[in-house]
Structure formats: C-alpha cells, structure tokens
Design a protein around this ligand. Structure first.
Ligand code: PLP
Length: 382
C-alpha cells in the first residue's frame, strides 16, 4: 500500500506525550508555569530577554493584536504584501483601516522596499511583512524606509522560526514579530503562537488584552488566590480584552519541541538540498532562488514555479503526493474588496507556484518518490 505523502506534518512523539502527562499530573492545564518556561526558552533560543515575549493561542491572534497595540483605525492605511496569510487581511479590514497591498518579488515571493515605497502615503501607519517560506525579506532597506516615514514594522514570522537576516532573528528586527506553532508548523504545540514586542512596556498591555483586560500579573499565574487579596473573586479590568492565552499543554509541548528545533531544521535543509540538486536540471521548472549569504532560512517551503502548475498538482495527487500553493493573494479574496489591483508578480505567483512536501519527518524514500513523480510529469507533459 502506498501512503499519501503530506505536504506539512508535525513531528510529535513519546517525549511530547511525557510532557503532556506531567501537565495532567500537575492538575493545572490552563496558562501557567509551562507557558512561562516555554516563553523563556523561546527567548533564550533567540538570545533575547524573555521580557519582550508573550505566548498566545495562535499566530493569527498575534497578528490581530498588532491592530490593537498600534492603533489601526479608519484613518490609517496598512501595507501588506499581496502574498500574505489571510489573517493579515482580516486583521486590517476588521480594524477599520484600509488594506493596501504591495507586490512582491516574483521568485522569492517576499515584499521589497521598492514595492512598499510605491504604496506609502501620509496615512500609512504600519507594514505587515511575511518572510515567505522562512526566507528573510531584505530587511535593512525596509527598516530604513519605514523609519524615514515613521511606519511600524510587523514581521509575520510564522514560517521563519529559525531564520536570520545578517545575524538578527526574523521576528525581532521590526517593532513586533509573531510566530506560529500550529499543526503545520516546524514546531507544533497543537495550536499556539509567540509574540515579540520591541518596546518592553507594550508587554503588560498585550498581556491584559489577551486575558480579558485583567491587570497583568508578574507570573502568568493560575486561578489561585494570593494571601494579600481579601476578596480575590472581585474583578477590575484595565481595558476590554480577549481570551487568547496559551495553556500549559501547549507550553509543555513547546518546551520539548524547541529542544529538537535544530535537528528539525537540519533535516529540512537536507530535504531542501536534495530537491534542489535533483530538480535543478529540469528546464521547465524554476526552483527557489539561492539564499543570500547574509541570510539563513528555516526551510519551511520548497516552492517551484512552472507553466503547468495545476496539472503538476493533479498529477502529484494521483500519485499519492499532496502539494499546495501558499498564499492565495489577498487581492483575489473577494471579501477584502480590493479593486483594480496592479500586482503583476503576485498575479504570476498565484498562477505558477506550487509548494512541494517539506517536513522533518519525510524519509529519503518519500522525498525520492516526490522527485521521481516530478521528473515523470516533465517527461509526459513538456
Ligand atoms: C505566514 C503565516 N502567517 C500566519 C499564519 C497563522 O498561523 P496560526 O495558524 O498559528 O494562526 C500562518 C499559518 O499557516 C502562516 O503561514
């Protein structure tokens, strides 16, 4: 029997089960010490102070939080690359701000300073970048541009957990960064997200916003009383808030997964290299551009570009291989109401790009099956 090859897949096993068992035994599965531990470990792996980090339920929640923290409203315009995750559009539109899409590089699928600059007006408040597939955007010119125009830089680093630009970790270069630990991401906590805020004093505000607006406690805490509170059931809120806090199960999974991150990335790199060397001679197929020397990648996507994209996707599916295209451009999502978009590269990408299976649990034999299927397709159709 031939098994379907997944495009993305979590790598969870006995170590993670043991960590979850610990949480069960602690009798407190809500937010608490395991979440704190994960936050600290995450900050440490980036060589940063934990005071800038906050865990949440998903990366999308972090993106939504950006609108609150930086005050998006009907007077603001927010720039995002057309090739962005849907949460970016939802965040901007639902805040009342205007969603302004910029084009991206045709091959890296990343926004550039040039494309962002074309969209800046006196109303531009922020730009939400996406490091596509873990390849860092060219940050220096973007940061310089945004500084000159007093524009907030938010980095959607959902796919860029181990990506560096000139020695700086993606997600910590701008004013805010967000990572995802969802079911398809390199490290998986079921669902989960991490937030980085450059301004430390935004952390208590963010913490309150993500937990009913309740005054932030130093320790992310449990539902327990402290001896100083006489009537600990009284409620005071500092702001209107949500309920978007990571729980201890996710936190415990994150702690364990983080210890394996380097190995995961190493395996992903090996698969990426195998695809690159085996497919590079196919003149009908464009491979991802070579990584710039000053960058390192999380190797989250392996995207190829070709004229018969849809046919290749169908052929792979018929051969038990699941592929997809990320990300359907925001200007093509009707509900976002973008009219007259002139985004030729994003348009090109949406018609020609396919993401091949890439995750750390793929065996060499499975990678070989994908490579073989792509080559067979070429012989049949080109
Ligand atoms: C680039 C990007 N941003 C944001 C997200 C949202 O992550 P989450 O599922 O944790 O909300 C994803 C998830 O696929 C993503 O790929």
């Amino acid at each position: 029997m031939v098994f379907m090859i997944n495009i993305f897949q979590p790598a969870l096993g006995e170590d993670e089960l043991a960590a979850v068992r610990d949480v069960f035994q602690s009798n407190w599965i809500g937010m608490g010490q395991y979440v704190d531990e994960f936050c600290k470990a995450f900050a440490t792996h980036l060589n940063r102070s934990p005071n800038h980090f906050l865990a949440t339920t998903s990366c999308s929640e972090g993106i939504f939080l950006s609108a609150y923290l930086f005050g998006f409203d009907s007077s603001s315009e927010i720039i995002a690359p057309a090739i962005s995750f849907v949460a970016v559009g939802n965040t901007i539109i639902s805040s009342g701000a205007r969603l302004v899409l910029c084009d991206v590089d045709r091959f890296t699928c990343n926004a550039t300073a040039k494309f962002i600059a074309e969209k800046i007006t006196s109303k531009t408040k922020a730009v939400i970048l996406n490091h596509y597939g873990g390849v860092p955007c060219n940050m220096d010119p973007i940061i310089e541009l945004c500084k000159a125009h007093d524009i907030v830089v938010i980095e959607d680093s959902a796919c860029a957990i181990k990506s560096y630009y000139k020695g700086r970790a993606c997600g910590t270069i701008g004013d805010m960064g967000v990572w995802s630990f969802g079911p398809t991401k390199t490290i998986c906590t079921g669902d989960g997200g991490m937030i980085y805020l450059k301004a430390e004093d935004q952390i208590p505000v963010a913490r309150e916003r993500l937990y009913h607006g309740l005054p932030a406690r130093k320790n992310s805490g449990t539902d327990s009383a402290s001896s100083g509170d006489k009537q600990w059931w009284e409620i005071r809120i500092n702001r209107f808030g949500l309920r978007a806090t990571m729980n201890n199960i996710a936190g415990a999974l994150g702690v364990v997964q983080l210890t394996k991150l380097n190995d995961f990335i190493e395996r992903r790199r090996a698969i990426f290299d195998l695809y690159s060397s085996e497919l590079s001679h196919l003149d009908w197929l464009r491979l991802p551009p070579k990584l710039k020397e000053e960058c390192s990648s999380s190797y989250y996507f392996f995207h190829v570009q070709l004229t018969k994209r849809d046919e290749l996707a169908a052929f792979l599916l018929d051969n038990g291989i699941y592929s997809t295209f990320r990300y359907w451009p925001l200007h093509k999502i009707k509900a976002f109401g973008i009219r007259g978009a002139n985004l030729p590269n994003s348009e090109y990408i949406s018609q020609h790009t396919l993401n091949l299976p890439l995750h750390q649990s793929l065996t060499d034999a499975e990678v070989g099956r994908v490579i073989d299927a792509v080559k067979r397709f070429g012989k049949l159709r080109y």
